[in-house]
Structures are given as C-alpha cells and as structure tokens.
Design a binder for this molecule. Structure first.
Ligand code: ADP
Ligand code: MG
Length: 225
C-alpha cells in the first residue's frame, strides 16, 4: 500500500549533523498495522509528514497505492491526501467552533458529504459518539475528542491512516479503544502506521519499525506474535 524508498530529509543547517530522516526505506502492505518507535527527536514525525505528502523529501520516493506522491502537483497531492490518507494527531486538531458531526465532515465537498452521510452516522454510532454528535470539542473528554479525530480520518475511507502518538493524551482504556478501531480498519484492508512511545500498541502490531537518529534500525523489543 505504501512504499518508501531511500527517503532523506535533513533540517540541519550544519553540514554533517543529522536532524530529520536518513535513507529510510520501508513498506506497509494493505491489511497491516505498523508501529514506529524511537526516542524523542529521532525523526518519527518527520517520517510521518513525509509519507503523508506534507513534507517533500530531499531525496527518495513515497508511493501510496502505486501513486508517486511527490511527482504530483501541490494541488493534486492535496486532493490525493484528502481522499486517500487519514491523519490522527496527539493533540486531536479539531475545529473548536464546529460540532462533532461537522468536524467529521469538515473539508469534504457537499457532494462527498452527502454521499457519505449515512456511513458517517454509523461511524458516529460505532465510536460511541451518538450522544455527542452536536457537541463542540471544548465540551468533550480527551477520549471523545480522539474518537472524533478517528471518525474524521475513517469517514473518508482512506487507504492509509497515519497516526502520530494518537494516544499520548489518553488514559489506557481510551488508548486501547483507539487501537481497537485502527485494528478493525486494517482488518478491513486498510493500512495503518502508528507512532507510539510505549508498548501499548504491541498487541495490535503486525510489523514494527524503530528509528534512531533518523535511521531505521532493527526493533528486537517489539516483534509481531
Ligand atoms: P520525533 O517526532 O521523533 O520526536 P521529529 O521528526 O519531530 O522527531 O524531529 C526530528 C529532528 O528534526 C529533531 O532533532 C527536531 O529538532 C528536528 N526538526 C523537526 N522539525 C524541524 C524543523 N521544522 N526545523 C528544524 N529542525 C526540525
Ligand atoms: Mg514527534
């Protein structure tokens, strides 16, 4: 589903210093739940942004479902992102003045929102948000906010969901719930890449990666069962 070849993105001004990612190649087929780990500052968010089409690498390619992301124009890439990729962030990134349902539909065209209306309603139900559908994010718990963000990502029926420390602000029960929904998505043929600190995603991982100083290394501590 997603293939990265020799991705390098260096922010460093000083020659020889490394801040970013270096020569990263990886593959996440459809139906896989990949977990990316590594110490703070090792380049995890940089890699996710690059795979998500939001940060052009200095060299290397990202291919999602056969489409070479950075050979697209900026507007084609934005459209590809909106229709094929889902994003979930640690700080949720919800729009405060929109309701739960409006947040989930935000950014869709009227036609798209209309065609997805009934599946969005069942998603709201599946994620336990029926009672909160007209609430604003400021009145929700952290767990509810992340479920809204998850619904927003899933509603577009993406091929790949990228999640950057999605459970960083959640209690263990809500964290498990988020992983369970991502697990269901990948069982239905989606691909998932989750950046996470702890081992809480381990039971769901079908493959794991570890970054150190921008480079992909073996991850012996967290292997698929
Ligand atoms: P992680 O998500 O693993 O904590 P990041 O990908 O955010 O790591 O950052 C990797 C490295 O790149 C860090 O040293 C960070 O300071 C640096 N970095 C990240 N974003 C920028 C930027 N926009 N400009 C300069 N340096 C950056
Ligand atoms: Mg990060």
């Amino acid at each position: 589903m997603v293939t990265c070849s020799h991705l390098t993105r260096n922010y460093a001004a000083r020659p020889g210093s490394v801040a970013g990612i270096v020569d990263v190649s990886l593959e996440i087929p459809a139906g896989e739940f990949a977990v990316l780990q590594g110490p703070s500052g090792c380049g995890k968010s940089t890699l996710l942004l690059t795979i998500g089409g939001m940060l052009r690498p200095e060299s290397g390619t990202v291919s999602v479902g056969g489409t070479d992301l950075y050979s697209l124009s900026a507007s084609q890439r934005a459209e590809f992102r909106a229709s094929r990729l889902g994003f979930v962030f640690q700080l949720f990134h919800l729009v405060p003045y929109l309701t739960v349902r409006e947040n989930i539909l935000a950014g869709m065209s009227t036609t798209q929102a209309r065609s997805l209306a009934s599946s969005v309603d069942s998603l709201i139900h599946d994620l336990g948000l029926s009672d909160r559908r007209n609430a604003h994010p400021g009145t929700l718990s952290a767990g509810e906010r992340q479920r809204v963000a998850l619904a927003r990502a899933l509603a577009r029926k993406p091929a790949l969901i990228l999640a950057d420390e999605p459970t960083g602000n959640l209690d263990p029960a809500n964290a498990q719930l988020v992983f369970q929904h991502l697990d269901r998505f990948r069982r239905q043929g989606g691909a998932v890449l989750v950046v996470t600190h702890g081992n809480d995603a381990a039971p769901f991982a079908t493959r794991t990666f570890r970054l150190e100083s921008g480079r992909l290394v073996q991850n012996p501590s967290l292997l698929p069962a």
